[in-house]
Design a binder for this molecule. Structure first.
Ligand code: TEU
Length: 571
């Protein structure tokens, strides 16, 4: 098809600025650091750099709490540093996508300080969600919160303000008050800010929890769960709420449509269903280009949520990802990811990070993901097979979500050792340890004291060593990215899942509708050899890419060694 959007054959690389490269020795990554490391991205061959937030922020949630949308936090550099990075990215033929965090601001944003200071009736008051105490209660006492919603980071989603005697809503930390998108002035201010960045030259936005911006304005109580917990999940009243499609279509119309350069917009959407995602990404509706869905990263959570880890069943993973491939086959588009700054490391979670299997399981996971239909996202360090961190005590953690969860769970009588084990398995800090550039002290990330400990495995696992080794995880990612750019079946082929009941092998076929080229993708999700029988007619098909030295053609029964992945091609 002609006039296909450029992002269908693109690969995006996510940089978490705090942990990527530190140029000034303060132990925190920064913009000049990123600019100095762009060769790494060029060598990988990625098309887009997505930058996690670099705006002025009290850093309560590492920059996802923004106090000025049109500036750069001094810890990351200056606007001039940003312009220099953007120019360098463009010079290399890449694009740059900004993080857009507009479900909430920081409580130190001037919009919020005005809203709070004015009290009820003030002109900025209605920019946020202010509500009186529940009728018949004493304001500020337990149970007086306007509703029973739980915050994503623990406790009530409401913070009491002594001065006015009212509460404000915060779905995340109390330093992240939710903006009231019902107010047209709020929406106009966001649109103006977005246009300001586009005019500066940025190529799109990754929109943080954008499916939370439309709340049911009555803010009804969530349904209490069986545990008798004081707070409940309010999700049904704000996930893909009543005006969400209207708000996104308006933003598209006001900001994105008619720009001279075609942009990339991706909505981060916890709790989105495939049916909703079809609507969000239907080009005819003009809302967003693609969404980040959360189904496949929720399959290994128990009834107690993400810090109640369960083993993953491969059949569940296949049913989930396969369902998304099918659901967005004719309309809409998928984003593909194992990792980001909120998820534990893929090799530790879905593979095996022991020295014997780390590289092979990391490359197997990469092969399976990158051969799906959709736009793949690579999170910094994933291309090295970086693993979860060996955190010891609670003092080793930095993330507000982990620290709050630990405090709450231990206060509720849970065994601290068990809580720590869950944080080690699922905590967001696993993704946030410094990028491992080389085997030197602090992994070449900083000359100072890193804000969070470097993973000691950087002596073996680092970019310099992998660059020199053609069989490394890094070079495998490079080859997968190249394949997406050169083999049309990878971008445009349809998708057929094979063997949905098989608990060991992930197998599917991609078929290019024009040329008829077909790709057979096989991934062994176990540490033992397994045999897989492809459908009729695959015997003799060439090997296009594999994570093992053996390049022999497909057999009637293919034997896959531990964590082996291979892609066969036939015309
Ligand atoms: O995350 C949204 C979100 O709901 C989860 O991914 C969340 O980070 C966590 O896993 C809850 O268990 C986005 C950002 O990616 C995240 O870093 C921010 O903390 C959050 O929004 C608030 O801005």
């Amino acid at each position: 098809a002609d006039a296909e959007p450029w992002w269908k054959s693109a690969v995006v690389y996510q940089v978490y600025p705090r942990s990527f490269a530190d140029s000034d020795g303060d132990g925190i990554g920064d913009l000049p650091g990123i600019t100095s490391r762009l060769d790494h991205l060029t060598r990988l061959g990625v098309d887009v750099l997505w930058l996690s937030p670099v705006y002025p922020s009290p850093q309560d949630d590492n920059g996802y709490d923004i106090s000025d949308y049109q500036g750069i936090d001094p810890v990351f550099g200056t606007l001039a540093d940003f312009d220099a990075l953007l120019a360098a990215v463009h010079e290399r033929g890449m694009r740059l996508v900004m993080d857009l965090v507009v479900n909430h601001t920081s409580d130190e944003h001037p919009w919020f300080t005005a809203s709070r200071g004015q009290g009820p009736g003030g002109p900025r008051r209605d920019w946020y969600w202010w509500r009186p105490a529940r009728p018949g209660t004493v304001p500020g006492t337990p149970g007086a919160e306007p509703n029973n919603w739980r915050s994503m980071f623990g406790g009530s989603a409401w913070e009491f303000d002594e001065a006015s005697g009212e509460y404000y809503l915060h779905l995340f930390s109390r330093k992240q008050p939710d903006l009231n998108w019902e107010n047209p002035e709020v929406r106009a201010a966001v649109h103006t800010m977005m246009r300001w960045w586009l005019d500066r030259g940025v190529d799109g936005f990754r929109m943080d929890v954008i499916n939370f911006i439309s709340k049911d304005p009555r803010l009804p109580d969530g349904r209490p769960d069986q545990t008798g917990a004081r707070f409940a999940d309010g999700g049904p009243h704000y996930i893909c709420g009543p005006r969400i499609h209207e708000f996104l279509a308006e933003t598209h119309r006001e900001v994105v449509a008619g720009r001279p350069e075609p942009l990339l917009t991706v909505g981060e959407m916890p709790g989105v269903t495939v049916e909703e995602a079809r609507l969000f990404t239907d080009p005819a509706r003009a809302e967003v280009d693609m969404v980040f869905q959360f189904e496949h990263v929720s399959l290994d959570a128990g009834p107690g949520g993400k810090f109640d880890p369960r083993p993953l069943r491969l059949t569940d993973l296949k049913a989930s990802l396969g369902g998304w491939q099918q659901g967005l086959a004719d309309t809409g588009w998928n984003s593909l990811y194992w990792n980001n700054h909120d998820q534990p490391r893929a090799v530790s979670r879905f593979g095996d990070d022991s020295p014997a299997h780390r590289a092979r399981s990391a490359t197997m996971l990469a092969t399976v993901l990158h051969l799906h239909r959709g736009t793949p996202y690579v999170y910094q360090g994933e291309e090295l097979g970086m693993a979860n961190a060996p955190f010891g005590a609670i003092e080793d953690f930095r993330d507000i979500e982990s620290l709050n969860h630990y405090r709450e769970a231990v206060a509720a009588g849970e065994d601290p050792a068990r809580v720590l084990a869950a944080l080690r398995a699922r905590g967001r800090d696993n993704a946030r340890t410094p990028m491992q550039w080389d085997g030197s002290e602090h992994a070449g990330f900083t000359t100072g004291r890193p804000w969070i400990a470097v993973n000691p495995d950087h002596k073996e696992v680092n970019a310099a060593a992998q660059l020199a080794d053609p069989d490394s995880v890094l070079h495998h990612y490079r080859r997968l990215i190249e394949l997406r750019h050169t083999e049309p079946a990878v971008t445009h082929g349809d998708f057929t899942m094979l063997a949905p009941e098989d608990e060991r092998v992930y197998a599917f076929v991609r078929r290019h509708p024009g040329s008829g080229t077909e790709l057979l993708v096989l991934g062994n999700f176990t540490g033992e050899a397994v045999t897989f029988e492809p459908p009729e007619g695959w015997a003799g098909a060439e090997t296009l890419i594999a994570n093992v030295p053996d390049r022999s053609p497909a057999a009637a029964a293919v034997t896959l060694s531990a964590w082996e992945a291979r892609v066969h091609r036939r015309d």
